[in-house]
Structures are given as C-alpha cells and as structure tokens.
Design a protein around this ligand. Structure first.
Ligand code: PAF
Length: 290
C-alpha cells in the first residue's frame, strides 16, 4: 500500500492536493473508490449509503463532508445547517470509512463560482421551482468531487430523488467515468424519511411531518386505480394536517418526465412544517393488475 494510506484506518483529508494524491495512489495500486458525498450531520440514512458502498468489491469506502454554500438560496438554512463534525467522525469510524474528505469553502471555491453546471430543464421543475439555483449548486459540487476524487462508484439516497436523477444525467451528459448507485429511502419506524433537517422539528412538527410519508403510502396503496386516484388519496391525507404547508404533490415517470398511464411511476411530495422544508417520494405501480 502507499505511504499515505493504511487499510482499515480512517484518513481525513481537508486539502484538495492531499485528497487527490491519496486517491491517485490508491488507483495506482488497483483499488477502486466508492464515494458517499454528504453534507455531514450523518444519520442512519447516511449509514445505509455507507454500508451499500462498503459492499462493493475491492473498494475503499470514501465519504465527503462539505456543506455546499452554492446549493442554498439566500433565505435558506446554510448558516444554521448542523455541523457536528466530532459525531460525524464517530459515524465514519463506526461504518469503517477509510477515506474522508472535508474541504473548506475556500479550497472548494477559491475564486467564488463563476463557472457552474447547468442542470437543464428538470433542474427548474419540482424542487428547482421552489429553490432556484439549487441543482446548479448540487451538480457543480458533485462534478467537482468527481474530478477531485475520481471515484469508480458514487452512492446517493433516493430520498433526494430529483437530485439522484439529475446526477445520473450529469454523468451521462458530461461523461463522468463513475457508476451511480441509488439507495432506497431510509425511514424511522413511523415512516418519516430520515433527513438531517428533521433535527429542526419540535415534537408537534415531528408528528405532523409523518403525514408526508403517510400520504405517499396512501397514494401507493390505491395505485391500481390510476393517477387521479393516487393523487386524490395522497392529497386527502395531507389536507387533514394543518401544520403541513404543501409545496407540491406530483406523480411523474421514473425519469421525472410525465407519468405513464400504467407501470412504474414516482409520487413526490414537498412541504413546509414550520420553517423546515421536507421532501419525500415513493414508487407507485399504476394500473397494477389490469
Ligand atoms: O445530498 C446531499 O447531501 C448533497 O446535496 C450532496 C449530494 C452531498 C451535494 O452537496
């Protein structure tokens, strides 16, 4: 192995040059890199991403923690986004991460961010319609991480389904040499999708937030009835919870184009509970059994 890397130990690199040198040295000895990009505040959802990455044969489990300013709007939660680095290091050790990249803002954007990745039309729909510029920020930082680390695999959660879809398009359209792996949404026992932003919710809001996954499940249960029935059932559940302010509830195809009249589709929801914005989604099989 290389002088920079002892297998089985957690190596933390903040500097781009160090990170690039270690990744290059690993590739030179035939190791593959499985990357889990994160913004930290690691929870069980991230653990599942790490476990998926760890199971890929011959790979060095690599994670990154960087709260990317470019993907936050001016009135969003960039400043209050949780940054519990010591706890995150504990999670990384627990999950046997061997390489962790924790760059600074200055290292990632030394000259600001003049050149960014345009996510195309899908980047302006759904989440993009409520968070202008968000996906340009996400795809820019993901492209940078891919260029710095050059992973063989990169693992993302399906909770951010639109993000995952756009990252697949990024890889396809800009020819990144990396295989993207999606991992199903991790949920608490009551159905709430795990998210670092759940930490903002008080008890009442936490109870109300469960309505999102309950609505999706209600929609999926009546999928044989077709799109209208799915949307009506999900909306009826959401309408009963006054603390939930709906941004959108949409049924789309698996690539987030228009929903097919039958077969696999995706039901997506976004809502605000207090000042916390939450998203969730579920697979729906339309006209099942017909
Ligand atoms: O999903 C996230 O945590 C972020 O959007 C990502 C992919 C790490 C980019 O900052």
């Amino acid at each position: 192995m290389t002088p920079r890397f002892t297998p089985g130990q957690l190596h933390v690199h903040s500097g781009l040059d160090d990170m690039m040198a270690t990744a290059r040295a690993l590739r030179a000895v035939g190791r593959k890199i499985a990357l889990v990009p994160t913004m930290g505040a690691l929870h069980d959802g991230h653990r599942q991403l790490m476990r998926t990455a760890r199971r890929l044969p011959g790979t060095v489990l690599t994670a990154s923690i960087f709260v990317n300013p470019l993907q936050f709007g001016p009135n969003e939660d960039f400043d209050r986004y949780p940054r519990p680095l010591e706890e995150d290091l504990g999670v990384c050790r627990d999950e046997r991460v061997e390489l962790l990249f924790t760059p600074s803002r200055e290292d990632m954007y030394p000259t600001g961010s003049e050149v960014t990745v345009d996510p195309g039309p899908l980047g302006r729909e759904l989440e993009g319609a409520f968070r202008p510029g968000h996906f340009a920020g996400v795809l820019t930082v993901v492209a940078k991480l891919f260029n710095i680390i050059r992973p063989d695999y990169a693992v993302f959660g399906e909770k951010d389904y639109q993000q995952l879809t756009l990252i697949k398009k990024l890889v396809r359209d800009l020819n990144h040499d990396v295989k993207i792996i999606g991992v199903p949404v991790a949920r608490d026992t009551d159905g709430l999708a795990r998210s670092s932003r759940n930490a903002y919710l008080d008890d009442d809001q936490r109870t109300a937030a469960v309505t999102l996954s309950a609505a999706l499940a209600a929609g999926a249960r009546v999928s044989a009835g077709g799109a209208e029935v799915v949307l009506e059932s999900a909306r009826a559940v959401l309408d009963k919870e006054p603390l939930v302010e709906l941004d959108y509830l949409e049924l789309r195809g698996t690539d987030l184009g228009p929903a097919p009249s039958r077969g696999e589709a995706r039901l997506l929801v976004a809502a605000r509970v207090g000042s916390t914005r939450l998203i969730d989604n579920i697979q729906v099989i339309l006209d099942e059994g017909e």
